[in-house]
Design a protein around this ligand. Structure first.
Ligand SMILES: Nc1ncnc2c1ncn2[C@@H]1O[C@H](COP(=O)(O)OP(=O)(O)O)[C@@H](O)[C@H]1O
Ligand SMILES: [Mg+2]
Length: 385
């Protein structure tokens, strides 16, 4: 997959921007801090997920003083078919998504039509942050995978959970255990679909993760990922659907009083986690910053490999400010890996630091200089560098 053109209107610091990209695999945005580099990658990621990778709300993405933003792009997929996609948002009318000029009503029908993997300094949170962040990371990947079955199960699970929690909160008034059981059985259906897909995912991604880590780490270290469930006991066979569902239902039954006291559901896939280990020890407690950076880099590369194989389509890589944090060896290694990975959009404050790496790749780079100007930001292509 490749992006040929990007147009922005009133998005973040850009009043108006129209960028054309050549066939070069590397596109570099260079500029000072605060000039508007990440804003460009954020806009592209919005086309892939409809969400900001910085967690910003839509209203915060509209340029100050404006009342709507518009992002449009031309992409070419691996069949060489080109498509036009857009995400617009107006403070008054909300979000509007289009694919080849047709409006897409539901986010789920738009999600994943454009594949992007983002690398950003915030990724360290995948190790240090809460289980919710790791669940979101995996949920996002699986939602973009080849069919929408995971996304459908996730939507159905979240909807059912909401209904069950509402009944729990109000239980003292209606004492209707039968209605609760109806939701329990529905919840068990989607809970099983989710956990099964997550187990399969961990099984697949673990190989990519180990291969990348072994290649990049000069030491003889071992890494692994484990799925940690707070309700599925280890003696349960994940392929045995009925056994897993029965286990879930009995956990709900056992914790019925606790759930009522709390007014929400304490056990289920919405509380599970993915544990990362380095040399058999939990990564967040025992790992140096450098090792953590290497681990998240490898996790993101694994995301790329998983999506590429699953979708038979090369995701676009959005690499935000991470190169400056890597030492010379890992930077060269990372560039070497990126060399065969399709289109990479890279931001940097210190272009000279990566110049050596791209020079060795025969100048296959489009370079844009990003500057802050009076009415916002500007990105100009530098032809001769
Ligand atoms: N909604 C907005 N309206 C106008 N400017 C914004 C908006 N959101 C962010 N900015 C501006 O964008 C700039 C930061 O852009 P960013 O892409 O994060 O910079 P960097 O080049 O460091 O990656 C800041 O100057 C900020 O004021
Ligand atoms: Mg930035």
């Amino acid at each position: 997959m490749k992006i040929n053109r990007l147009q922005l209107k009133n998005f973040r610091s850009y009043q108006s921007l129209d960028l054309h990209f050549s066939a070069n695999p590397f596109i570099v945005f260079s500029g000072q801090n605060g000039s508007g580099k990440t804003n460009i990658l954020e806009a592209i990621y919005l086309l892939a997920t409809t969400k900001s990778f910085r967690g910003a709300r839509n209203s915060g993405l509209v340029k100050e003083g404006a009342d709507s933003y518009f992002i449009q792009s031309e992409i070419v997929d691996n069949m060489s078919d080109s498509h036009k996609i857009s995400v617009g948002f107006s403070l008054q009318f909300g979000k509007k998504l289009t694919f080849d000029q047709n409006e897409i009503e539901k986010v789920k029908d738009f999600y994943g039509s454009f594949l992007g993997v983002v690398f950003s300094p915030g990724d360290l949170q995948l190790i240090d942050g809460t289980p919710a962040l790791r669940r979101k990371f995996v949920d996002n990947i699986l939602s973009k995978s080849s069919n929408h079955s995971y996304l459908n199960s996730l939507i159905s699970f979240n909807h059912t959970l909401k209904q069950r929690n509402a009944l729990l909160k109000n239980f003292a008034n209606h004492k209707d255990k039968n209605s609760l059981h109806v939701w329990d059985r529905l919840l068990a259906e989607s809970a099983y679909q989710l956990i099964k897909a997550r187990f399969v995912f961990v099984d697949k991604i673990i190989d990519y993760f180990r291969d990348f880590y072994n290649a990049i780490s000069l030491q003889n270290e071992s890494v692994t990922i484990k799925y940690i469930s707070n309700w599925l006991l280890s003696n349960c066979d994940i392929d045995n659907e009925n056994q897993c569902k029965d286990m879930f239902l009995s956990i709900l039954e056992q914790n019925f009083e606790i759930d009522i006291r709390n007014g929400n559901t304490q056990f289920g896939p919405h509380k599970d986690d993915y544990a990362l280990f380095l040399n058999q020890k939990p990564a967040q407690f025992s790992t140096s910053q450098g090792q953590k950076r290497t681990m998240v880099l490898c996790l993101k590369l694994s995301e790329y490999s998983f999506l590429r194989n699953n979708r038979n389509e090369e995701p676009i890589l959005l690499i935000d400010d991470v190169l400056t944090e890597l030492d010379a060896y890992r930077k060269d290694f990372f560039f070497e890996i990126l060399r065969n990975k399709g289109q990479c959009l890279i931001t940097t404050t210190h272009f000279e630091n990566i110049q050596g790496s791209w020079k060795s790749m025969n100048h296959q780079v489009d370079l844009f200089e990003v500057r802050k100007i009076l009415q916002g930001s500007q990105a100009n292509q530098v032809i001769e560098v």
